[in-house]
Design a protein around this ligand. Structure first.
Ligand code: GRF
Length: 211
């Protein structure tokens, strides 16, 4: 059986960022775009939270923003269909989840297969899900970190693009560990998007090869 291979495009890309909160990863990505490190434009910043600080920041930066209220849609899939329509209108090449606190429906995952990335504040597949910095402290692991991965239907389990590790100190709290990890998040997310639009990511099964 021949294995399905996806190669990322080499082009100036159109990126949509989905977020629900403060938006520091969005800002790191946008800063990298402004500096010319990433060959892409952020054409849309979309949120399920009207008061997300990240949405305000995007507006202040002069970007197109959109708040879509999930309560106005009869089902999760209807909500995601509206987002997908919006992304198609924008001719989005890559969707970057950046603290987007909604699980994508299988429909959305399929429509944008290999074209949705997420940043997760742990070394996957350890600590998927929520409150992962606290869980890493409680578990007593010596290292944690950040993972950029493609989004697949199983939450936090898609093919891994980049990871960065940080030590976990004995006196760490959730907050001190989160801060140490966040520094790395802001490096590897722009780097992953840069590699994507340099046409250097090849997805084979669950492995991502960097060319
Ligand atoms: C980050 O820790 C990210 O890894 C997780 O949600 C948080 C979002 O932070 N998915 P920010 O909104 O980008 O500052």
């Amino acid at each position: 059986m021949s294995e399905e291979v996806f190669r990322s495009p080499k082009k100036r890309g159109r990126v949509a960022v989905l977020l629900s909160g403060r938006g520091s990863n969005f800002m790191a990505l946008h800063d990298a775009v402004l500096k010319g490190w990433v060959n892409a434009d952020i054409d849309l910043v979309l949120s399920n939270k009207e008061d997300a600080a990240g949405l305000r920041a995007a507006r202040d930066r002069g970007l197109d923003t959109l708040f879509l209220n999930p309560k106005l849609f009869p089902s999760k899939e209807d909500y995601d269909r509206e987002i997908v329509n919006e992304l198609r209108r924008k001719e989005t090449d890559l969707v970057c989840l950046a603290g987007y606190m909604k699980v994508l429906t299988p429909f959305f995952c399929r429509e944008f297969k290999n074209r949705i990335m997420n940043i997760h504040p742990a070394l996957l597949p350890s600590f998927p899900g929520l409150h992962v910095q606290q869980r890493a402290v409680d578990w007593g692991v010596r290292f944690s970190g950040a993972t950029v991965h493609f989004v697949a239907e199983e939450v936090d389990m898609g093919p891994i693009v980049l990871q960065a590790a940080v030590p976990v100190m004995q006196d760490d709290t959730e907050d001190t560990l989160a801060a140490r990890i966040l520094v790395e998040e802001h490096k590897i997310y722009p780097e992953a998007v840069r590699l994507f639009f340099e046409g250097r990511l090849e997805v084979r099964g669950r492995r991502v090869f960097i060319k």
